[in-house]
Design a protein around this ligand. Structure first.
Ligand SMILES: Cc1cc2nc3c(=O)[nH]c(=O)nc-3n(C[C@H](O)[C@H](O)[C@H](O)COP(=O)(O)OP(=O)(O)OC[C@H]3O[C@@H](n4cnc5c(N)ncnc54)[C@H](O)[C@@H]3O)c2cc1C
Length: 440
């Protein structure tokens, strides 16, 4: 059987691997850009690897860790030992809740997760939808015995670009479930060993990849047949075969798997049925950008990840960072922000660094006469911008998932990857594997 995969991001590459595991070998991946990896982009700066897109690997990342093992890629500790809420000089450290009530709160959270998310098999259970899809993050924490742990999640959720805690559906926290929770006895033992080893610890077992996500995905890509610079533009059907048209040619396949952001996949297939058109209307994206900045004075700041949600407003779109990551022993800062189509990642980052140094030079320990010098010695190394966080109105979310599921297999087409609730590498890969397992 000849199978086309659209997109060489984590979902497309995993779909190809999963098909190989099942014995399929006649597979072509079409990738519109000149590189594999999708929203995983690794930049080399002064001998260190920085991930501009996906960066963090949680202890629940089974599929990612499986590929790391297969391709000889190692995990290393990330900058997640300390999570701060607020900006770089005022940020307050977010810590685990204390006392008996804090402990009960954590147990309550574990119970909610254990009883509602069938994490290993499917991303969400029906019950989870019924309970949570209309519930905002604020309501969720306020109406259950969870108020004491709310502070741990709120800055991260909003700072990661998911939006304000009073309007964002709690269902989007599923990503954090993937990122942070051990999903097997082995990963639980690893997490406990890490916590008990006396090393600095925070909410997660903090890991990144030694060569970045880019390192892993490039290796995965190297064993597959990928047509680079060949974007799929339309699909049609004739005599039982799928005709795939790209910017270069038209090909015949028996099946097609869309492993591209839902909005793009639905746009290509919009003529299929009215339900595809409805899905397309329900899907929106947020423009998210990131940049790697070299700021020599940053060496003096406490390490960790800073979520500054006060900057997350319509007014400040494209102007300020919502998230900044600081690594040990270097001056490389990763800067994240929310913008719109007109936002330039590089110039927004440059502007934010300037603002930041001007308003915080006292906290940074530099004299007023050195401010200009500090700004001049800072530079933006690389920037990138994506349509990210496929968002669907909470009221439409349940039918959205059900409609995607009902489309699987129609017109010999399958949809995998980054769906609204779990926009992360593990979620995209696991979903691709699950669809291949169930339909091929
Ligand atoms: C700033 C940022 C930080 C993130 N942090 C994390 C993190 O810490 N941990 C984590 O797990 N995840 C993180 N993510 C999310 C993660 O990167 C995505 O969820 C994941 O990359 C989705 O994989 P995908 O294969 O579904 O889609 P993508 O990565 O978007 O890949 C899709 C691919 O399809 C190609 N394509 C699109 N349209 C066409 C077409 N018509 N024809 C051919 N090719 C096409 C694209 O060029 C791209 O290569 C982050 C993302 C961003 C942007």
């Amino acid at each position: 059987m000849r199978i086309a995969i659209v997109g060489a991001g984590p979902a497309g590459l995993d779909a190809a691997e999963s098909l190989n595991e099942k014995g399929y070998s006649d597979i072509v991946i079409f990738e519109k850009s000149d590189r594999a990896g999708g929203k995983c982009v690794t930049v080399d700066h002064l001998g260190k690897k920085y991930d501009l897109g996906a960066i963090m690997v949680g202890s629940g990342y089974h599929r990612v860790l499986f590929h790391c093992n297969k391709y000889g890629e190692k995990t290393v500790e990330g900058p997640y030992h300390f999570i701060h809420e607020g900006d770089l000089t005022q940020g307050k450290k977010v810590s685990l809740p204390r006392g008996v009530l804090g402990f009960l709160s954590l147990l309550s959270a574990a119970w909610v997760v254990a009883t509602n998310f069938q994490i290993r098999k499917k991303p969400l259970s029906e019950l989870a939808f019924k309970q949570f899809y209309k519930c905002s993050i604020d309501d969720f924490f306020n109406t259950r015995f969870l108020a004491r742990i709310r502070h741990m999640f709120a800055p991260i959720t909003a700072g990661c670009g998911y939006g304000f805690t009073n309007t964002t559906p709690i269902i989007y926290l599923l990503k954090l479930v993937y990122l942070g929770l051990p999903r097997s006895t082995l990963s639980l033992i690893k997490l406990l060993r890490f916590k008990l080893s006396g090393r600095r610890g925070s909410l997660y077992t903090p890991m990144t990849l030694e060569n970045g996500f880019g390192g892993l995905l490039q290796k995965m890509a190297s064993v597959h047949n990928i047509h680079y610079n060949e974007g799929v533009t339309s699909i049609s059907h004739k005599n039982g075969v799928v005709l795939v048209s790209t910017n270069k040619a038209t090909y015949m396949f028996d099946r097609i798997i869309f492993a591209i952001p839902p909005k793009d996949a639905l746009a290509v297939t919009s003529k299929y049925s009215t339900s595809v058109a409805t899905l397309l209307k329900q899907t929106r994206n947020v423009c998210y950008f990131s940049a790697l900045i070299h700021v020599p004075v940053a060496e003096k700041l406490p390490r960790g990840v800073y979520f500054d949600n006060s900057k997350l407003s319509d007014k400040s779109k494209g102007k300020h960072a919502t998230t900044i990551k600081l690594y040990d022993n270097d001056c490389g800062l990763l800067f994240y922000g929310v913008g719109d189509d007109s936002t330039s990642a590089k110039s927004s980052a440059a502007e934010a660094v300037k603002d930041f140094i001007i308003s915080n030079y006292v906290g940074l320990g530099i004299g007023s006469d050195s401010v200009e010098e500090a700004i001049e010695s800072s530079s933006v190394i690389e920037g990138a911008k994506w349509a990210y966080f496929p968002h669907v109105n909470p009221e439409e979310l349940h039918c959205h998932y059900a409609m995607i599921e009902s489309l699987q297999g129609q017109n010999k087409s399958f949809f995998v990857g980054e769906w609204p609730g779990f926009a992360c590498v593990e979620g995209a890969m696991e979903n691709a594997r699950d669809v291949v397992k169930r339909y091929f």
